[in-house]
Structure formats: structure tokens, C-alpha cells
Ligand binder design. Structure first.
Ligand SMILES: Nc1ncnc2c1ncn2[C@@H]1O[C@H](COP(=O)(O)OP(=O)(O)OP(=O)(O)O)[C@@H](O)[C@H]1O
Ligand SMILES: [Mg+2]
Length: 345
């Protein structure tokens, strides 16, 4: 069942089209991530779903409710951490949590949230005296005070130190494991890859791809890069291996672009030829490579070319078939819902 459904959402600020025909759907109990460059329209989409902005066009449902028409009812069931938030500087941490809890009937978890989000020793501190990361944690705690069924987190971990970020990830996973649905915006690709079950990539107001993190990597940054050092000048036989697409050399350093499962074949062939390089290394593309391939400058004006089976990969910005083509192809050919439909099959 889809907890959040957005279809054909458009939103302009004056003559600036911020969201252009965006559709997405979020299943109950998943962590859904929205990624994309600055200004892509992520916050605008989230704020329309939260009922904070009125769309120009399109249909939004959250737990079956219309954020504009059923806003009051919906807000009882959701929690929002906004990208830009502020509180009066003199309000104390525990006062803020108590205040937010008092607005949500039945909410009693604020003491627990203080502990969970590492704010217990700041309970009597004024908001104005908190560090950036402490403020951020307070806003996440405030978003969770009503035990929401759907949680929106817009750059939740920006400003958090590495340990706090890991703790936040654990807490978000626990939320999901309790049955909540989490929708988050992040610029940290490791966070998106680690945490999200499903991702939508936005660029220039449009959703250009949607899939699991693994699925995005397989589609848009396929293959691996294998490197090792060798004095042997005649390695042409490596290029004859089926999963190897190309080989290049810089001095002693040999670099192979190959299918993602090529390592065993390459290692076996090296062994058979009496080569045992101690520095045999593999680079697997990450979500960051997908991000750069799909949203990089090159993608903007390239003509559409056939999408993705090509064997480049390993290093970023070289998704098979060309990022422009792949991205544009998905924009036209598949709605996020259709892409999503493939997922369970
Ligand atoms: N209140 C506003 N008034 C006018 N233009 C706006 C407003 N809010 C956003 N925009 C514009 O709409 C576009 C999308 O902005 P949005 O904040 O949704 O992007 P974003 O993807 O969340 O970016 P970021 O990663 O920087 O947070 C941008 O071009 C931005 O300048
Ligand atoms: Mg934003």
C-alpha cells in the first residue's frame, strides 16, 4: 500500500518552475530518499506533501488524505523536520518538547526522545545556546514527538558530527522497524545508500530516476574498475576475457573496466599466467557515481542516446550509455510508479 502518492505535481514561484510534473509513491514502512542538486526542487516537493505549500497542479495523498483539504487531520499523523527551522532563542529544550507534545494528544515520549537524540544534558539549555548540530537533533526530536506514522526529514543530518550521524541512522531504522514510513532528503550519498530502501533522483524540478540504491547503481553506474601493477608488457590476453571491456596502462599500473562480476575471472587469468600482483584492487561504483552521472553538468544538454547496457563504470560520471540519455529516457518512458512496479517482480 502506498502511504504517500504524488502525481503530476507542479509548483512555481512566480515565473520560476520549481517542480515540474513530479510523480512518486512511497510504500508503508520504507525509508524513501529524495536526492538531487541544490535547487532541484526537493524541499518544494516535501513541503507540498506536508501541506505547507499549495501545489499549482497535481494530486497528493498522504495516508489517503489531501494535505490541503484534510490538513488538520493529516498533521496529527505526520512529523516534519524542516530544512530551515527556528525557535525563540530563550525557550528551553524541555519546554519546546513539552510544548510540541501538548499539541499532540496522547504524545508522551518527549523524555525518551531527549535521551535518544543525545539532548538529556541539554534539557534546561536555552535554544539560543545550542550548537548547530544540537539544534538539528532537537528539530528531529520535535518531529517525532507525536509518534507519527509518516516522518519527513529534510537534511536531517546536516551539521551532525559523524558519531551523531550514525546514531541518527540507527534511530531512523528503528522508526522504520516500528512501522513508520520515513521520507528524507539528503545530500549525503553514503547516507542515502546506507539508509534508504528506495530513492528518487531530482534534477531541475523533475524526477529523473527512481529505484533502490543498488538498482540505481546497477543501471546508471554498472561495472567495476580493476587495477594492479605489472612489469609484464604483454597483457593483451586480459582484454580477451569476456567480462573485460577495456584495458589501459599508466607506467606499471594496469586498469581494467569490466562487468561487476569480473574479478574472479581476472584473478584466475592472472594466476594462470603466473602473475600474483600484491596490489590487485577493485573499485566499485557508489551512489555518488550515479548522482554525478545523472545530475552532472554534462547531462543537461546531451541528446538522448540508448540507455545503459554499456560497460563503463568504476569511476564516476561514466554511466553506461551516457547519463543524458539514460536520465531523459526514464523521464519519458517510465513514471516513477512504473519503475516502482518493477521492484517486487
Ligand atoms: N520561497 C521561494 N521563493 C522563490 N523561489 C523559491 C522559493 N523556494 C525555493 N525557490 C526556488 O525553487 C527552486 C527549488 O528550490 P528547493 O528549495 O525546492 O530546492 P532543493 O532541491 O530543496 O535545494 P537544496 O538542496 O538547496 O535544499 C530553486 O530554484 C529555488 O531558488
Ligand atoms: Mg532543500
Amino acid at each position: 500500500m502506498f502511504v504517500v502518492e504524488v502525481s503530476e505535481l507542479c509548483k512555481s514561484y512566480g515565473d520560476r518552475l520549481a517542480v515540474d510534473d513530479a510523480s512518486l509513491s512511497v510504500e508503508r514502512g520504507e525509508i524513501f530518499g529524495l536526492i538531487g542538486p541544490n535547487g532541484a526542487g526537493k524541499t518544494t516537493v516535501i513541503e507540498c506533501i506536508e501541506g505547507l505549500r499549495v501545489p499549482d497542479r497535481g494530486r497528493i495523498r498522504v495516508l489517503g488524505l489531501d494535505p490541503v483539504r484534510d490538513g488538520r487531520e493529516m498533521r496529527r499523523l505526520i512529523g516534519c523536520q524542516l530544512q530551515d527551522s527556528a525557535l525563540p532563542h530563550r525557550i528551553k529544550v524541555r519546554e519546546a518538547l513539552k510544548l510540541f507534545a501538548s499539541l499532540a494528544p496522547g504524545a508522551s515520549r518527549w523524555e525518551e526522545l531527549l535521551e535518544q537524540w543525545g539532548l538529556a544534558d541539554k534539557r534546561d539549555a536555552a535554544f539560543g545556546s545550542l550548537s548547530g548540530g544540537q539544534r538539528q537533533r532537537l528539530f528531529v526530536a520535535l518531529a517525532l514527538v507525536n509518534d507519527p506514522e509518516v516522518v519527513f526529514l529534510d537534511e536531517m543530518t546536516t551539521g551532525l558530527d559523524p558519531a551523531a550521524r550514525r546514531t541518527a541512522w540507527d534511530l531512523i531504522r528503528r522508526l522504520r522497524d516500528r512501522g513508520a514510513t520515513v521520507i528524507l532528503v539528503t545530500h549525503f550519498m553514503d547516507e542515502a545508500e546506507e539508509l534508504c530502501d528506495w530513492l528518487a533522483v531530482m534534477r531541475q524540478g523533475r524526477i529523473i530516476a527512481a529505484d533502490s540504491p543498488r538498482g540505481l547503481i546497477d543501471r546508471f553506474a554498472p561495472g567495476i574498475n580493476i587495477t594492479f601493477s605489472s612489469e609484464n608488457g604483454d597483457l593483451g590476453w586480459l582484454e580477451q576475457l569476456e567480462p573485460v571491456h577495456s584495458m589501459s596502462r599508466r607506467g606499471r599500473r594496469v586498469s581494467l573496466e569490466a562487468d561487476s562480476d569480473a574479478l574472479v575471472a581476472v584473478a584466475g587469468a592472472l594466476f594462470e599466467h603466473g602473475l600474483h600482483p600484491a596490489d590487485l584492487d577493485v573499485n566499485r561504483p557508489s551512489l555518488e557515481d550515479v548522482f554525478l552521472a545523472l545530475t552532472g553538468e554534462r547531462a543537461a544538454d546531451e541528446p538522448a542516446v540508448s540507455s545503459g547496457e554499456g560497460g563503463s563504470g568504476g569511476s564516476g560520471g561514466q554511466a553506461g550509455g551516457g547519463p543524458g540519455g539514460a536520465a531523459a529516457g526514464h523521464n519519458r518512458a517510465e513514471s516513477p510508479r512504473m519503475i516502482k512496479g518493477v521492484r517486487r517482480g
